[in-house]
Write a protein that binds this ligand. Structure first.
Ligand code: NAP
Length: 256
């Protein structure tokens, strides 16, 4: 029986992935900070804060063939006038970027008995910065840069370990709603349309699991056309992109 370790198992995507792999007869080690978590979407619970090098090695101790780093956080609280809060910044950056990168580094030094796939869950939000989710976007951009930069080195240095990245789009659930805490009524309506039209966790989980089988390095769920345009503007004319963001903040935020 194959073993998969899934962090963020209590979440929308993590629980859906857990259910999928249990149906496929895998042993699912579900990782959570909550020692009381119960559910039919994991075989064994691993209580882990996902902060340190030791926490990363605890995941390897189950000798998995697959680790899916699905924990993630978005700005659920903001400061005065929409400014980021330091505490949220620290926590989001750690779980969205520093810990998945730490797992990537530590995995690259392992000598596993069987090949190991490490799949970090990023986001299509990594294409360009945004005033409406700046800390989240920055952490996901950093994650993408790290996996695409370190992954190729790790693959040559240690062919038994593969570092890969999947970038989902909006998934129906609470995390997708967080950007609205900076938006005005008009912006809220635009976001609501996007979240209400988003796929369920089960559908996204199936897509991700099928993608994992294909052995492609970076996978992307449907990227809206506007995201692509913003991405190109950000890369090609960054000063113009900054001005566009300033304009968007004045038009779309509830703080101006
Ligand atoms: N939902 C979307 O629209 C969307 C879109 C693009 C990408 N994604 C990415 O997909 C992944 C899963 O999203 P989701 O919708 O399933 O999110 P979710 O329902 O909010 O679940 C995320 C899980 O991560 C864990 N977590 C949150 N903050 C943490 C922290 N500071 N330290 C350790 N664990 C923490 C929590 O588990 P415990 O409390 O049990 O520890 C939580 O249940 C995330 O990486 C997210 O960024 C989501």
């Amino acid at each position: 029986m194959k073993t998969v370790v899934i962090t963020g198992i209590s979440g929308v995507l993590g629980s859906a992935l857990g259910r999928y792999y249990i149906q496929q007869d895998w042993k699912v080690i579900g990782v959570s900070r909550n020692s009381k978590l119960k559910g039919d979407y994991f075989t064994e619970l691993c209580v882990n804060r996902q902060e340190s090098v030791d926490d990363a090695h605890t995941l390897f101790s189950y000798e998995p063939s697959l680790i899916i780093l699905c924990s993630g956080q978005i700005e659920t609280e903001i400061g005065k006038k929409g400014l980021p809060l330091q505490e949220q910044f620290d926590s989001i950056t750690r779980i969205n970027y520093i810990f998945p990168a730490t797992v990537g580094i530590q995995a690259s030094y392992l000598k596993p008995k069987n090949p190991l796939e490490v799949v970090a869950i990023g986001s299509i939000a990594d294409g360009s910065p945004s005033c409406f989710g700046p800390v989240y976007h920055a952490s996901k951009i950093a994650l993408h840069y790290f996996y695409s930069g370190v992954g190729p080195i790790a693959c040559c240095a240690n062919p038994a370990v593969r570092l890969r990245l999947y970038r989902p789009g909006a998934i129906k659930g609470p995390l997708a709603w967080a950007p609205v805490n900076r938006l005005n009524e008009k912006g809220y309506k635009i976001r609501a349309k996007r979240v209400n039209g988003a796929p369920e966790g089960d559908q996204v989980a199936r897509k991700i699991a099928k993608w994992i089988e294909k052995k492609v390095w970076v996978g992307t769920y449907k990227e809206p056309f506007t995201f692509k345009i913003f991405k190109y503007i950000f890369v090609l004319v960054p000063n113009f992109f900054y001005k566009l963001q300033s304009f968007g903040w004045r038009k779309g935020s509830k703080f101006v």
